[in-house]
Design a protein. Structure first.
Length: 258
């Protein structure tokens, strides 16, 4: 039987993280960064699809966006609602299938999803629906795992052993992701990459110690300022380079409706 990522996987995952969301890794702000890269979001309808914790969407709503969260997981939506209410940020919650969104054509100014597309055996129904609701001049941001990375290798081994928390997922090269986005009829604007910070080995060690011994290492270890600042500067200079996409653990493509 083919492995798949199911609602049960995500209900279990988000229920298990409902009380310790601040102890789970975020996207590092990259979705917020990319959503703002083409202009302010104030007054615009911005939607996160398959939101998970919804932290990126809540941040954009705080900046004045009309925030919408669409997910098929009640546990995920409950988590987003709890965070949004605690922070006093208005967000519209929609429980729906991302391949059949209950929105009019060209009604969303900016939409984004991270950790979603890779769970679809056929990505086109999701992408086509995503493109359908994108307004004229609007953008969709699609963020996925990058194929040639140690994280991807580790993930595929765990999938083979039936130990991956999400059941099944795939990965993409920059060219593959751009081709998929362009096939929806939208115009590819750019493709970005980002790195795992802290690195994979630290994250794995932290998780093993937490589960096995109850020892909690810091989510983000702090080193000397010169070291952190140096790496931050290096990553910033690499981010705009095409070759650097092949070194990042995630990539994303921004596509626009003319």
């Amino acid at each position: 039987m083919a492995r798949a990522s199911t609602l049960d996987h995500w209900e279990s995952y988000w229920k298990g993280h409902a009380t310790d969301i601040e102890d789970t890794y975020s996207t590092g702000g990259r979705l917020v960064r990319e959503a703002l890269a083409d202009g302010p979001v104030q007054g615009k309808v911005v939607m996160e699809i398959g939101a998970g914790s919804g932290r990126d969407l809540i941040e954009l709503a705080r900046m004045g966006a009309k925030g919408v969260v669409l997910d098929y997981s009640p546990a995920s939506l409950a988590l987003v609602k709890k965070q949004a209410e605690a922070q006093g940020v208005p967000v519209m919650l929609v429980q729906a299938d991302a391949t059949r969104m209950p929105f009019r054509d060209q009604s969303i100014d900016v939409s984004f999803h991270q950790g979603l597309l890779e769970h679809f055996r056929d990505p086109m129904p999701l992408l086509n629906e995503n493109a359908r609701v994108t307004a004229r001049g609007g953008r969709m941001i699609v963020d996925v795992p990058q194929t040639f990375h140690l994280y991807t290798l580790m993930k595929n081994v765990l999938i083979l052993l039936n130990k991956w928390f999400a059941g099944w997922e795939t990965q993409f090269t920059p060219a593959q992701l751009e081709k998929l986005c362009a096939s929806t009829g939208l115009e590819v604007v750019r493709t970005y990459g980002d790195w795992m910070v802290p690195g994979l080995w630290y994250r794995v060690t932290r998780e093993v110690l937490k589960r096995g011994l109850g020892v909690r290492l810091p989510l983000h270890p702090k080193g000397p300022a010169f070291w952190s600042n140096g790496w931050d500067g290096l990553r910033a200079s690499w981010r705009g380079q095409r070759w650097a996409l092949w070194t990042s653990h995630v990539i994303g493509t921004v596509a626009r409706r003319p």
